[in-house]
Design a protein around this ligand. Sequence first.
Ligand code: ADP
Ligand code: MG
Length: 520
Amino acid sequence: MSNKIVGIDLGTTFSAIAVLDSIGNPEILPDLKNNRITASAVYFSSSNETKVGSEALSAIKAEPNRVVTEIKRHMRDEVVYSLGKGEWIDKKFSEKLEDEFTPAQLSSIILKKLKDFGEKIDKAVITVPAMFANDARQATIDAAKMAELSGYESDTIELINEPTAAIFHYANLPGVSISGKVMVVDLGGGTFDVTIAEVNGKKVDVIHSEGNPNLGGKDFDRLILKFMSEEYKNQLGAELSIDDVEYLLQAEELKKILSTRESHAIVIDGPNGPSKKIEITRNQFDDLSSSLIEAMKLKMDSCVKKAKLQKNDISQILLVGGSTRMPCVISAIKEVMDKEPTKGVNVDEAVASGAALYAGTIADKSDLNEAQKDAMSKIDLSDVANHYFGTIAQTFDQERQTYFQYNSIIIEKGSKLPVAKTNQYSLIGDQDGFPATVTQSDGPTENKEFVHIIAQEQVEIKNGKKDDEVQITFSYDKSQIMHCTFEHIASGKKHEIQIKSKTSEEVDAAQKEMKNFTID
Ligand code: ADP
Ligand code: MG
């Protein structure tokens, strides 16, 4: 293959990479052992060697502290994984030791492993959950830069929302022709997303996305382990540690078997005592999971409402993510939507494949051959903003005769991307500066207590006078990264905020910290 245009599903639990073949179809790239998906786990040996995937998982038993999993759950957090302590710690308490790693650094190790085919990548698209916050998206791009997916040219790396990629893949399958409103239900290892999109031939328009970044297969594993622990305790008096990785793996195995069987039994070795056979039926499992399932049903229902649709407007339901294999998930969907999900979508591969297709549509035309160009010309896609973005402004309260601060929304959730919006504000007094604030919120709130401040900087100005105009422009690109400009019109002073992307020096420094480690 002459060019490398790839889509990467960097999952909480499993990751996959797809490449565009010579006629523009996405193909999963298996690893050397022919695995089509790679466990998102990193192992650090005591001699500074790293392993990724199932080899990393198999080290958990002997050296649990040296294997890091569920990195994606921490992507937006100010934390580092400390190999010494074997846990995530707040960055504030970090001693900047050689054995501490940020979520972006750890993700870069997984990305390096995935792109381990020795050729230069021309275009890479990485997928993120639709509800991923801005800083988590930035951390993902930082990880791609550190992995040198495409040198430091960040415009070679783009992000796409996972459900959008899945629809994109499905809509472009040979022989499939879909149109109308489609719902994607994605339940992976750590996240849950519901998306409704309008599909017309090969064109996909996202209408609305909802989700919970902390609901996934792992939560079902923990419920099973809690059940196993209680059974063990009832019969033998001792408790099983519910954080024990090995027990968790056994619980996960049990869960998977219950997807195809009505009941299953396993033998558990007690922490210090005898082994015990524990059985669980699918009905028991369904009962245990009822509150998780209820939470999912509410999200699906609200997604339909917020898209201003009726359930019967949805023509198809696509399933993505390993956890949608659970019968309780399928029946919950049927109950809420009165419809069977579409069969025949590969729940593990759809996201990476869709991302590779998307990468083809945005790649430089000179990187494509004629057949690929032809395939890509038939594809189109647009996405929407998944949060509200605004700024903290001040206004005069006539009744109380005082100024008060409020959140002023600039970009609405659901705006089609790319989008750019400019709002006018004015200075409330003679002043030589004002704060430039960028907020993010899930709802259209004016209450500044309910928003997440994603950037705040002071803008210095000369001779600012009361009522001077300040123009604020937010532009939001297709990777859902914000660029903000605050301009004091009278003095022409412009202040730009690029939200939290690492500079190449910072990327260098973060990479250097990992130079002592060889990647296997
Ligand atoms: P992510 O996108 O979070 O990386 P995946 O889509 O790969 O996750 O899904 C991984 C999850 O799917 C894990 O929690 C795993 O236990 C679960 N899973 C995989 N196969 C099955 C199955 N047959 N039955 C139930 N759960 C499954
Ligand atoms: Mg996934």
